[in-house]
Design a protein. Structure first.
Length: 193
């Protein structure tokens, strides 16, 4: 998929995703002290907006300009730094206290590279948080990408967290109107200097 495809998808409806932040993002970040954050592949910015509302200084990156414009126009959207860029090649000019990757699904080799880059953006004492559709969801859950190569497992996320202290890494169930989805979550911390 490319930026034009996602621009069309976002333009086709008032909102592609829920306006509420992801429940696992809330659970994995609510105890963290606000600081700088980057939301990688932020879409319309539901998680970025929630973090900004809680006092985080947030950069939201997505390659859909339609999604970024929608996030910018949302209540509180002026508190987020919206960047239109391809996350497979994006390089920020600093590190962050929180690096969030929520439901970004790319072919596994490309995803490994993006997650390695994302982990390198975590500053001292900062956290990497990843929420994704699990491989097991393909056969046992609902929703998510229909190709196994686009799904995540604990091994992939453990590799992403190499060099970080893993605080949580597990599969979790998410109840949806269509049934139960199976996700995998990671929260890992870089040791302070």
């Amino acid at each position: 998929m490319n930026a034009e495809h996602w621009d069309e998808r976002y333009a086709a409806s008032d909102r592609v995703w829920s306006a509420e932040p992801n429940t696992f993002v809330v659970a994995l970040t609510k105890d963290l002290d606000p600081g700088s954050a980057i939301d990688v592949a932020a879409g319309e910015g539901r998680n970025a907006l929630w973090l900004a509302e809680r006092g985080w200084q947030v950069t939201a990156v997505d390659f859909s300009s339609v999604a970024a414009d929608r996030g910018r126009a949302s209540p509180g959207g002026d508190k987020v730094d919206w960047q239109v860029a391809d996350v497979t090649s994006y390089v920020p000019d600093r590190t962050f206290d929180l690096v969030l990757v929520c439901y970004l699904h790319l072919p596994r080799q490309q995803m490994r590279q993006v997650l390695a880059h994302a982990a390198s953006w975590v500053g001292p004492g900062g956290h990497l948080v990843v929420v994704a559709h699990a491989v097991r969801n393909l056969a046992e859950g609902v929703g998510g990408p229909p190709e196994v190569d686009l799904l995540h497992d604990e091994e992939l996320l453990a590799q992403a967290a190499a060099g970080l202290v893993v605080e949580r890494l597990e599969e979790v169930d998410r109840v949806t109107p269509a049934g139960t989805a199976i996700d995998v979550v990671l929260r890992a911390r870089r040791a302070p200097h």
